[in-house]
Ligand binder design. Structure first.
Ligand SMILES: *Cc1c(COP(=O)(O)O)cnc(C)c1O
Length: 391
């Protein structure tokens, strides 16, 4: 299996077959497992074997297939699947941190990630320093000899700033800090985060892994020691486990993810390039465009521009008019979906932030985040152009 390429792993890695030798992965919708004898129960509670389960909050065969498959894809030793992406971000950080620890985090984060860093960790005595994730000098001066962890989104939401995984990891590892990367926008298809230095990679499986807007899920990936020694004890007792049914959806999602995400990224690139050339918008942000400040880093780090672009309509009024005129692209707040989705971050996903913070993060009143789906690229471009004309 080690020699398989990603697309083969995405279809076959982690497969466990029952005595019936089914082709498609079975859904083990069971909370528990029967022991033949009291002695067997006792033995399993002392130490469960490689493929033995106790309770679905601890682990389940369908969930284990998903964990093994995504870990193989990411090149991680192990993984723990969670109920949502936020359970994964929270589990990765809270399981390893304690009062008095110091964390350095990029400032440009998904709203709920920011809440964990800013509100929850600090409530329990963890000190958090926020930096501009694109500024290596800022990372260098914020990371201290006692820094326990660094956290960032490799491509930030919604302004698509790209953080240099290799460079930040080198700075963090010099003081023995653990590098935790929320890699949603890079996607498991384009990610090489572990080889580039990340110790822990976190995904919201709700996004590209499901890719069809059906279920919530998340996963924490890292060394066997970190996943089984630090993450599992925390999550199995605090209840962030993924449902076996959702794990099955995610497993089937992984089978087609490579094809979907590459097609979505190709369309996103086409749309970004065309809209930039049209010159009718105040700004077109896409890491795959040469105009993006971290374009070279993006190419080196993930070899593609991703499936999301952000555009600036100039004002909230114009942005709303544009959104309300769209025909194919729906107004919602998921991303990585087969359906193209437009979001107005300032009034929805990032509404909670103060005006000052929004300004600092570049979340302007006219900003629209576009998650590009699987529709025909020309149809999507025509939809955007007719809406831009009305705006
Ligand atoms: C969506 C998202 C999350 C949270 O994932 P859920 O599955 O919605 O809990 C975390 N980080 C990033 C970057 C995201 O886009």
């Amino acid at each position: 299996m080690k020699t398989w390429n990603k697309r083969t792993k995405a279809v076959h890695a982690g497969t466990r077959r029952s005595q019936y030798n089914e082709v498609s992965e079975a859904i083990y919708l069971t909370q528990g497992f029967v022991y033949d004898t009291a002695e067997d129960a006792e033995a399993r509670f002392i130490k469960a074997g490689e493929d033995e389960f106790i309770y679905a909050r601890y682990g389940n065969p369908t969930v284990a297939m998903f964990e093994d498959r995504i870990a193989a894809l990411e090149g991680a030793e192990d993984g723990f699947a969670t109920a949502s992406g936020m359970a994964a971000v929270n589990g990765a950080l809270t399981s390893m941190l304690r009062a008095g620890d110091h964390v350095v985090s990029a400032r440009a984060l998904f709203g709920s990630c920011l809440y964990i860093l800013e509100e929850i960790l600090t409530r329990y005595g963890v000190e958090v320093t926020f930096v501009d994730g694109t500024d290596l000098v800022a990372w260098k001066s914020a990371i201290r000899s006692d820094t326990k962890a660094v956290f960032f989104e490799s491509i930030s939401n919604p302004t698509l700033e790209v953080v240099d995984i290799r460079a930040v990891s080198t700075l963090a590892h010099a003081v023995g800090a653990t590098v935790v990367v929320d890699n949603v926008f890079s996607t498991p298809v384009f990610s090489d985060a572990i080889a580039q230095g990340a110790d822990v990679v976190v995904y919201s499986a709700t996004k590209h892994i499901d890719g069809q807007g059906r279920a919530l899920g998340g996963v924490i990936l890292g060394t066997k020691e970190f996943i089984r020694g630090t993450v599992e004890p925390y999550l199995k007792h605090t209840g962030g486990a993924m449902s076996p049914f959702n794990a099955w959806i995610m497993l089937k999602g992984l089978e087609t993810m490579d094809l979907r995400v590459r097609a979505q990224a190709e369309t996103a690139h086409k749309l970004a390039a065309a809209l930039e050339a049209d010159g009718t918008l105040d700004n077109v942000i896409y890491p795959g465009l040469e105009s993006h400040p971290q374009h070279a880093l993006t190419v080196a780090q993930i070899g593609a521009g991703g499936t999301v672009l952000s555009i600036d309509a100039g004002s909230q009024e114009k942005a709303f008019k544009l959104l309300n005129t769209l025909d194919i692209i729906v107004i919602s707040n998921n991303l990585g979906d087969a359906k193209s989705i437009a979001t107005h971050p300032a009034t929805t996903t990032h509404q909670r932030l103060s005006e000052v913070t929004k300004q600092k993060l570049g979340i302007t009143p006219g900003l629209i985040r576009l998650s590009v789906g699987l529709e025909d690229a020309d149809d999507l471009l025509a939809d955007l152009r007719q809406a831009i004309k009305v705006m």
